[in-house]
Design a protein around this ligand. Structure first.
Ligand SMILES: [Mg+2]
Length: 169
């Protein structure tokens, strides 16, 4: 139906197990990475970003689509550099989940990024991204989630992964 820069849309005629035939519209996506940057075990860096789809500025974990032919871990390193301007000495995979399996096959892979150092070189940023990074304590982020200040689900999931590992994470 549609082939775009980030995803394509297919309309498939599918026979379900009950015998009924339905047309399903599906978003096919290459997958994405979510980065949990930790300057210290008790802190996390979020970015403030304007999201056109919901017409809101929101706080969220850095994230982005995996480029064609790109290894997911390399995408995590790249997004960390592009979105918060820091390079990660240690990148740990925490898991992978489907955010929207009802109509989309995007899978998000979560990485904790630690041993962060400022980048010495300029990085190219996507033109559609206006990003402001800021360091928060995990306690502050948990309270932003509880108050509804954070409304992005991947951020809720990512912070939960870190919290479960404890402060020594
Ligand atoms: Mg992004």
């Amino acid at each position: 139906v549609y082939e775009g820069r980030i995803f394509r849309i297919e309309r498939d005629r599918v026979r379900l197990s009950n015998g009924r035939v339905v047309d399903l519209e599906i978003v096919r996506h290459r997958g994405s990475v979510v980065v949990i940057p930790q300057p210290s075990p008790r802190e996390v860096i979020l970015i403030r970003q304007y999201r056109y789809a919901i017409d809101r500025w929101i706080w969220e974990l850095p994230a982005g689509s995996i480029d064609a032919g790109e290894v997911p871990r390399a995408a995590a390193r790249r997004e960390c550099e592009e979105e918060i301007g820091r390079t990660a000495g240690r990148i740990t995979r925490l898991g992978a989940w489907y955010p929207t399996p009802g109509f989309c096959d995007e899978r998000m892979i979560f990485y904790r990024c630690a041993d962060l150092k400022p980048l010495t070189r300029e990085v190219a940023r996507d033109l559609d991204e206006q990003i402001e990074p800021r360091v928060f304590t995990l306690a502050a982020v948990r309270s932003m989630i509880a108050r509804g200040t954070i409304i992005d689900m991947k951020t809720v999931v990512g912070v939960g992964l870190i919290s479960r590992r404890g402060a020594a994470g």
